[in-house]
Structure formats: C-alpha cells, structure tokens
Design a protein around this ligand. Structure first.
Ligand SMILES: [Zn+2]
Ligand SMILES: [Zn+2]
Length: 177
C-alpha cells in the first residue's frame, strides 16, 4: 500500500493499526491539512490536542514544540539513546487500554504491527509461545486455563503484536482493561 506517508521503522503501517486516519483536520503543529491525522497517545504537560500530521511526528517537530512523547520508555531496556528518542518522540504511538509500550528484541526496539486476537497470533507460533512463557512467569500455572485465555484473545483482552526489526521474529504482550 502506498499512502505517501513518511516511513516509521518502529511502526511500519500506522494506517492499518489505526494510529493515523484520513481526515481533512488541520495538524496542531504545522497547521496544514495533509489528509491524515494522528489519533493515538501523546503525553505532554501542555494543553494540546495531539492531533498531528504524520510529517510533524516523523521529523520530531511535534514532540519538540509541545515537549511531549508518543510512548514512554517503559520496557525499552538495553536499546540505544538514539532508538529511545526515535520511538518516544518520532514514532506514532497506538491506542490501548494500558499505556502503550514497545517491546525489545535483538537489542533493538521491535516494530509495532497492531492489536490482534488469537487467530492472527496463531499465525506466529513464536509469539504465542513467548506469551505463554510470560503468563506462566506471572503465575498462570494451569495449562488449560492458560490455553483458554489465549484462545479467547480478541474478545476483551487482546495482544499487541510486534516484529523484531533485526531477526524478523514476532513477539507480543497482552493488553486488557
Ligand atoms: Zn503537521
Ligand atoms: Zn530479534
């Protein structure tokens, strides 16, 4: 798909994930109407809507001007300062029940793919297996309960799916209200 949008290494299809939608609305930063508007999280102490065009996010001008971030650094352990800045200040965030955060694989931030249910997750067995391990570590010891929770993903709780930008494997975390 070619939308003419800037490329975001850590969020390659922000239209599919719903973070940008087509709109005639003007960007809060550059005040242009580009045809696209940002709809997800922006954290700032300033009183601003956070409805930006993709270009003001990509070049960092929205984050700089309004002293804000699209995602916080939670979970981004072991990545370079440069990557941290790129993810938090120059990459569109996404909507989630909990504060959105990025996963790390191969010492780099992973690319956010989207919110998925069990069917999409099942196409990536490595992501499913990693979720199973995570949940076990968080005290889910009953295997059948764990399986029925995983297969119910998409109704209520869902999974946030990422793909490693280095090795290409998929990983995910659970998002629930
Ligand atoms: Zn703009
Ligand atoms: Zn990897």
């Amino acid at each position: 798909m070619s939308t003419g949008l800037p490329f975001f290494r850590y969020h390659p299809d922000p239209v599919a994930s719903g973070s940008f939608r087509e709109s005639a609305e003007r960007c809060t930063c550059c005040e242009r109407s580009t045809g696209w508007i940002y709809t997800a999280t922006f954290y700032t102490a300033q009183d601003v809507s956070g409805r930006f065009c993709p270009w003001c996010i990509a070049d960092g001008s929205a984050a700089e001007r309004f002293e804000g971030e699209f995602a916080d650094a939670y979970g981004l352990d072991g990545v370079s300062e440069e990557t941290l800045t790129l993810v938090s200040r120059r990459t569109p965030g996404f909507r989630a029940w909990q504060d959105p955060h990025w996963l790390v694989h191969c010492d780099d931030a992973a690319a956010f793919i989207g919110e998925v249910g069990y069917a999409e997750l099942a196409a990536h067995p490595e992501a499913l297996e990693q979720l199973r391990l995570d949940l076990r570590m968080h005290g889910w010891h009953d295997a059948s309960q764990l399986d029925s929770f995983l297969t119910s993903l998409g109704q209520g709780a869902s999974a946030m799916l990422f793909r490693c930008t280095v090795c290409g494997s998929h990983l995910a975390y659970i998002d629930a209200s």
